[in-house]
Design a protein around this ligand. Structure first.
Ligand code: KG4
Length: 340
């Protein structure tokens, strides 16, 4: 008999549901929330209200696209955290209610584990390349910047992580400072393609080990922009492509320096990236370049699996399900990684 898993993701501002059968993706539906654009960032209360509105239609659509009825589900997987508590509560409560109603197990998934396993999402008619265990994953999003050693689908170790801002926040704040809108990553990525990455220099942090810091580089940009605007009020408009290219290159240099160090220290040569920032074209190109130079095998998730999506929650949930790891019905969502 087939194992059919419904995955539910609601950790931030995307409501998503996906169905997989025996590890193969049948549907992946994502409802993004435009309501936050006017505020230049995600407003938690608005996010949880939008999840409440979206969850039933999104799940119905995912089941219908998969050609599966709710009674055909084997288990319901959901993101337990980390993320915004109000948002997580919607997905968690929905999964519990559905699991109870259908009398099937519920499976809790760490959102970050979903990103780590994005390369294992199999699709009908699409050739898959999977990394071998153990592999390294550079996990970069709006809330995290980590280097993780993944030993098996269910066991992993964080080798290094940011001690302050996440790299996605640096992209978003840079964009805000330059009046380019939210989310900043995709805009900076686009403008950077037309700019000179060597034109401006921004401060790089000196943090020991494999940890990251992105608050200094952000402040360096802030002072740079302030000083240049005092000399020429049109400086930003005239140079935005070069500023974006130079700032993006600095962030990628910081990320790659530590990833190279981690690969050298561990001797691991299978390297992946995941999380929203892994959609960045400069980072993707650079990973492949360093991989060719250093004899790594590199793995890039498809763009649709880089940002928040339930397909990665469903596949991670599938591995937990196979291991018999079910969640109790009194499980509560958690907002922070350390609470897992
Ligand atoms: O993983 P994600 O969708 O959400 C969470 O953080 O939970 O990541 C969102 C982050 C935002 O900071 C956004 O600016 C960034 O990913 N991002 C990018 C790109 N696309 C999204 N950053 C750089 N380049 C991109 N193309």
């Amino acid at each position: 008999m087939s194992d059919i898993i419904l995955g539910i993701e609601s950790s931030c501002d995307d409501t998503s549901a996906a169905v997989i059968r025996d590890g193969v993706l049948l549907s992946n539906v994502i409802a993004s929330q435009d309501v936050h654009k006017a505020y230049g960032g995600v407003v938690p209360e608005l996010a949880s209200r939008a999840h409440e509105l979206n969850i039933v239609p999104v799940v119905s659509e995912a089941l219908s696209r998969a050609g599966v009825s709710a009674s055909g589900l084997t288990a319901v997987a959901f993101t337990r955290g980390p993320g915004l508590l109000g948002s997580l509560l919607v997905g968690t409560s929905f999964a519990k209610a559905l699991g109870l109603a259908l009398n099937v197990p519920i499976v809790m998934v760490n959102h970050l584990q979903g990103h780590l396993l994005a390369n294992f999402i199999r699709q009908e008619g699409v050739e898959i390349r999977e990394p071998s265990f153990p592999y390294l994953c550079l996990l970069v999003s709006g809330g995290n910047s980590q280097i993780v050693r993944v030993d098996s689908p269910l066991s992993y170790t964080i080798l290094g992580q940011t001690i302050d801002d996440a790299v996605g926040e640096a992209f978003d704040k840079c964009s805000k400072m330059m009046g380019l809108g939210y989310p900043g990553g995709p805009v900076i990525d686009r403008l950077a393609k037309q700019g000179d990455p060597a034109r401006f220099k921004f401060a790089k942090p000196h943090i020991p080990g494999l940890d990251y810091s992105f608050s200094g580089v952000k402040t360096s940009l802030l002072y740079f922009v302030r000083d240049q605007l005092a000399l020429d009020p049109e400086f930003m408009e005239k140079n935005k492509e070069d500023i974006c290219a130079s700032f993006q290159k600095t962030l990628i240099d910081i990320l790659m320096d530590k990833l190279i160090k981690a690969a050298r220290q561990t001797g691991i040569k299978d390297v992946t990236i995941g999380g929203g920032v892994s959609a960045n074209s400069g980072l993707r190109d650079r990973l492949q370049y360093e991989g060719r130079k250093r004899g790594w095998r590199t793995f890039l998730p498809e763009f649709k699996f880089t940002t928040d999506n339930a397909a990665m929650i469903a596949i991670a949930g599938y591995f937990h399900y196979l291991a018999g790891e079910y969640a109790p019905l009194d499980v509560a969502p958690v907002s922070r990684m350390s609470d897992f």
